[in-house]
Design a protein around this ligand. Sequence first.
Ligand code: ADP
Length: 275
Amino acid sequence: MPTHRLCSENLSVGYENRLVLESVDFRVAEGRLTVLLGPNGSGKSTLLKTLARTLTPLRGRVLLDGHDIHHHRTREVAQRLGILPQSPSAPEGLKVRELVGMGRFPYQRIWRQWSQEDERAVSEAMSLAQVTEFAERPVDALSGGQRQRCWIAMVLAQETDLILLDEPTTFLDLKVQVDLLELLVRLAHERSRTLLVVLHDLNLAAAYADVLVMMRAGRVEHRGSPDDVFTAANLKQVFGLDAAVMRAPNTGRLVCVPALGGTAARGTIREETPA
Ligand code: ADP
């Protein structure tokens, strides 16, 4: 029986009296990469923030290591759980090494100076996320993909077993997205980290997730292995998407190919050859 260090019970969350999550029972599988999928506005970010204690539920609770997360001290939570929100922004001119160093805040004390342990964690995180070569450059002078890797390095420097990432691959080139997912899978499988990641790319989610969770309108609709969950019927129900699901010939993983809409389905427009 797998254990669950992070889970929610009967979680209802809302903003100004509008309920966004309704009675969500959720558990994050240990040492696995769980990917959260769902249409815009289905409540993925809200769930992530509530699991990380950034938002307080209206009803229900989040359990971290068996205790209500709201009964843990902030530092305790930060030593066990790291979260990277959507589109984070760094202060102007902040160097990469300084940003990554911010991941060490849960270990800082007034009486404890920056230690060799902090230095090691920052170097290792930069190396894992492949940003060492940018260490002395300002974060705001990097490309979107490089910057995103720096933020991930910051979360890694926190050295938590639980890592929550909200759309970490948005705006990245496909190759950079793939590299990032390879890194996340390695963290789960080789370093026993537990990852919960919101992704928008269906095919990358199906290719890399150990556990796939589909949300719609504030509820978890499907949860399981990609083979069980990534079906044409579920894509239609959750996203309203007409698509065929098949195995990619090169990877054997499931991929979806959306059906063509009316315009494109009528046929290819041929370019006129000038006489
Ligand atoms: P997702 O991450 O799946 O796109 P979100 O959790 O961001 O969904 O949003 C779920 C719903 O909650 C949306 O209708 C959104 O407009 C609303 N919402 C999100 N954040 C806030 C906020 N700070 N204040 C009010 N409503 C919000």
